[in-house]
Design a protein around this ligand. Structure first.
Ligand SMILES: *[C@@H]1O[C@H](CO)[C@@H](O)[C@H](O)[C@H]1NC(C)=O
Ligand SMILES: *[C@@H]1O[C@H](CO)[C@@H](O)[C@H](O)[C@H]1NC(C)=O
Ligand SMILES: *[C@@H]1O[C@H](CO)[C@@H](O)[C@H](O)[C@H]1NC(C)=O
Ligand SMILES: *[C@@H]1O[C@H](CO)[C@@H](O)[C@H](O)[C@H]1NC(C)=O
Ligand SMILES: *[C@@H]1O[C@H](CO)[C@@H](O)[C@H](O)[C@H]1NC(C)=O
Ligand SMILES: *[C@@H]1O[C@H](CO)[C@@H](O)[C@H](O)[C@H]1NC(C)=O
Ligand SMILES: CC(=O)N[C@H]1CO[C@H](CO)[C@@H](O)[C@@H]1O
Ligand SMILES: [Cu+2]
Length: 581
């Protein structure tokens, strides 16, 4: 009976989703489980009790079904980071953008619809700050009869750079929401869940990768940390970058990488050094604030008979604040071919300023006299609470969002001027979306601002990959800069770090109907409202339209009859909103 049911579901999925290579099933139970790092034991939210969570294996074009069962005491959503989810935003897993959260005791069957993605992506929670421990790798292999555009690797090795707080992340998050400043810093960075030799109480559990001389390993590097770009190196070994964000790149020989939160990199490593033990290590890149500078380490152990050194040699890293090293790496990423299908003509050009804003704060819970929020084009996103934006759009529920997200900032100012403009740095609140006609070609220029002090912003778009056609320091100049765009071999990404007090231009074709979140992947910034939403309308043909929602979409509870959100209403979860009015 049960088998029949599964067979029926397979046929049904095959019909609805069209041609798929294979259908795979995973069961994800979201549970609290106890884990100890740095001699501190605490309960963390996990999938199936694992930290990091299970690796998902699939081939390009597969349909992967997940039974998500929430056996925890927290609301949860799971997002398939970098998967375009063609025509099916219902499983994108962004709370209050594409779904209501899966509440404790509830479950939701999500479908990860792979299309052209190949390489490395990852899945993570999108609700509150649960993604700190609720995450795992997605390894997407070529279809069975196809090969790699590089020598076949002997093994795939997911390496997730993560982060550990000795305090419960829920408490760190609550403190951050009311405090109005940067969150409490983490206590350690991690490689595959372990801090490594250089941290106290950690040596015996250090992650180890055994390699055989003469073989090739494909390292699937994922930055799962909350708020920082990271440098990554391997002792004594150079390697070749062959992919990023689920797409291949021109092979790039290097001895280090910089990787943004959310980003992935595929690194081809040849075990061609004298048999020994070597470190792989991840260290923070940061230009200000407090942070842990101790690298997280793992050990590459050659198999064979030899006497390893008492301790491997730590590779030398760029300076913690070496922006040139961070930008310099990212700028070298290119698409493998030339004349890629980057839109040459654009229908819509948007200019989006990215700012950290300051509001006065008199509330005693604030750490200072001001509190921080963040914005895109001076709009701080307030998510609805009674229904998600996708459902509101699909069912025509009014009053949930406004279709007036600005194409340009309301006023032009020297975005990157040296002295932060403290007096002028308030933003306004809104649940504004930008509606796009199907097939529109879009250019977005992100402009980092120095309001409240400049910092990088790793911007992430759901539902699409985009071409990164240009970037630079200072203010974008619409006369000077476009002629220098790379329209020949720009990298295809879904996550790009906009340089500190600089700009980045991306292009994509809006041919995936749905409701798609775009946000900074620094958790503190997205929690402060540095996010917006694109609504891409259906095209004309059946295969250009959104698929219908599944029957088990999580509900917020009585959403349709609940009162609509009034834009600008005080939002208690943001702490100090009242003071801002
Ligand atoms: C790695 O590359 C650097 C330059 O980028 C070079 O100086 C070094 O010798 C190379 N190391 C190995 C082991 O090939
Ligand atoms: C990086 O930090 C060092 C030491 O604090 C400082 O001397 C240097 O000027 C900084 N470099 C940059 C590029 O900010
Ligand atoms: C903007 O500010 C930067 C940094 O302070 C300065 O170098 C530049 O000249 C200013 N641009 C304009 C147009 O005032
Ligand atoms: C942003 O909006 C706030 C509130 O309306 C306003 O005070 C501020 O001047 C605006 N800032 C910019 C740069 O447009
Ligand atoms: C969208 O673009 C595709 C490919 O260029 C084209 O085949 C299709 O007709 C277009 N659809 C619409 C509604 O414009
Ligand atoms: C969990 O989600 C429900 C539905 O949106 C909401 O009513 C409730 O307040 C949420 N709980 C927490 C702790 O955020
Ligand atoms: C159905 C189910 O798994 N419910 C669980 C939800 O989470 C709470 C708190 O962890 C558990 O007590 C329930 O058993
Ligand atoms: Cu940011």
């Amino acid at each position: 009976m049960f088998l029949h049911m599964k067979f029926f579901i397979l046929c049904f999925l095959g019909l609805v989703f069209g041609e798929v290579n294979a259908v795979r099933f995973y069961k994800f139970e979201v549970v609290n489980s106890a884990h100890t790092r740095l001699c501190t034991k605490k309960t963390i939210l996990t999938v199936n009790g694992q930290f990091p969570g299970p690796t998902v294996y699939a081939r390009r074009g597969d349909l992967v079904t997940f039974d998500i069962i929430n056996r925890s005491d927290q609301n949860i959503t799971i997002h398939w980071h970098g998967v375009k989810m063609r025509r099916y935003p219902w499983s994108d897993g962004t709370d209050y953008v594409t779904q209501c959260p899966i509440q404790p005791g509830k479950s939701f069957t999500q479908r990860m619809i792979l299309s052209d993605e190949e390489g490395t992506l990852w899945w993570h929670a999108h609700s509150a700050w649960s993604r700190n421990s609720v995450h795992g790798a997605i390894v997407i292999l070529p279809p069975a009869r196809e090969t790699y555009p590089f020598p076949k690797p002997h093994a795939h090795v997911p390496i997730i750079i993560g982060e550990w707080w000795n305090s419960m992340i829920e408490i760190v998050y609550k403190g951050f929401l009311v405090g109005g400043t940067d969150p409490q810093t983490s206590n350690a960075f991690l490689i595959n869940g372990q801090p490594g030799d250089l941290y106290p109480c950690s040596k015996q559990d250090t992650y180890k990768l055994q390699v055989e001389s003469g073989k090739r390993y494909l390292i699937k590097l994922i930055n799962g940390v909350m708020d920082n770009i990271m440098f990554f190196k391997i002792g004594n070994h150079n390697f070749t970058v062959v992919g990023t964000d689920g797409a291949y790149t021109k092979p790039l020989r290097t001895d280090y990488v910089a990787i943004s939160p959310g980003q992935t990199l595929d690194l081809l490593l040849e075990a061609n050094q004298p048999p020994s033990h070597y470190y792989m290590a991840a260290r923070i890149y940061a230009t200000g604030g407090e942070f842990v500078t101790i690298p997280a380490t793992g050990i590459i152990e050659y198999v064979g008979n030899y006497t390893p050194p008492p301790s491997p040699l730590l590779p030398s890293f760029p300076q913690v604040n070496d922006s040139a090293a961070s930008i310099g790496f990212t700028d070298q990423l290119k698409s493998p071919g030339s004349n890629v299908d980057v839109p040459k003509k654009v229908d819509e050009t948007f200019f989006y300023t990215l700012s950290v804003n300051q509001f006065p704060c008199t509330n005693p819970s604030c750490s200072g006299s001001t509190r921080l929020l963040a914005s895109v084009n001076n709009v701080t996103l307030i998510l609805p609470k009674t229904v998600d934006i996708l459902t509101a759009y699909y069912r025509g529920i009014r009053g949930i969002y406004t279709p007036d997200f600005p194409n340009f900032p309301a006023s032009f100012f020297n975005y990157t001027q040296g002295t932060p403009l403290k007096e002028e740095s308030r933003s306004e609140f809104g649940t504004a979306v930008r509606i796009l006609e199907y097939n529109t070609t879009v250019e977005v220029v992100f402009q980092g601002t120095n309001l409240g002090g400049g910092v990088e912003h790793p911007m992430h778009l759901h539902g699409y990959s985009f071409y990164v056609v240009g970037s630079g320091l200072g203010n974008y100049d619409r006369i000077r800069d476009p002629p220098n765009y790379n329209l020949v071999d720009p990298p295809l990404m879904e996550n790009i770090a906009v340089p500190m007090n600089g700009w980045t231009a991306i292009r994509f074709k809006a041919n995936n109907p749905g409701v798609w979140y775009m946000h900074c992947h620094f958790e503190r910034h997205v929690s402060w409202g540095m996010a917006m939403v694109f609504v891409v309308k259906d095209g004309e043909r059946p295969n250009e339209k959104m698929l219908p929602p599944p029957p088990d979409m999580p509900r917020c509870g009585g959403e349709v009859s609940s009162p609509p959100l009034v834009i600008g209403e005080p939002d208690t979860t943001m702490g100090k909103r009242e003071d801002a009015e």
